[in-house]
Design a protein around this ligand. Sequence first.
Ligand SMILES: O=C(CO)[C@@H](O)[C@H](O)[C@H](O)[C@H](O)COP(=O)(O)O
Ligand SMILES: [Zn+2]
Length: 200
Amino acid sequence: MDKDTLERLSARASQHFLDSIAVKQAAEKMLPEQVAHGIVAITECLRAGGKVMACGNGGSAADAQHFAAELIGRFERERQELAAIALTTDTSILTAIGNDYSYDEIFSKQVRGLGKQGDILLGISTSGNSKNVVQAIEAAKKLGIKIIALTGNDGGKIAGLLDAGDIHLCAPSTRTARIQETHLVLLHAICDGVDHLLLD
Ligand SMILES: O=C(CO)[C@@H](O)[C@H](O)[C@H](O)[C@H](O)COP(=O)(O)O
Ligand SMILES: [Zn+2]
């Protein structure tokens, strides 16, 4: 590859770091108190025998799975297994509901099947508008399940569905990649806080 191209690519990579840092710095000014509420809600839910259900699409599906893995397995320290499930992983359930009903219902039907009052639904959508996440939140609210929503932009439709008892962590960006990168910091901060409350 010629030197100019390598320099161009390197400058672009540099800009990704700088943009990501800027969004995270803005998030640090806005979101820590809401994160603390999320940590307390999840810890109280788990202590009372509830579970966390997580859902999202694409990169956010990966985030939902990543978060469930850290609760069930571990984050940074050894501790008991914590009850969490990603609603994005069972291809038979996802394809059956997608095929027989609609893709919009792939999470809401699982929420109705698995969810109980006292559980928490962690819904992740960078636009705040993915219909399957919106419908999962609507289904959860009917069951008395608290919502922790990770969004971006202006929170989209999801912002309008949340009550005072819910928790909204809206990454201050309109760019999907930057929002996702901030969501990962939020999820790790939640894991750290839950471990702190359970272990320290
Ligand atoms: O990871 C990315 C883009 O960075 C994509 O896979 C992205 O997650 C998908 O386009 C999602 O369908 C976007 O949905 P949402 O975040 O708006 O709910
Ligand atoms: Zn991505």
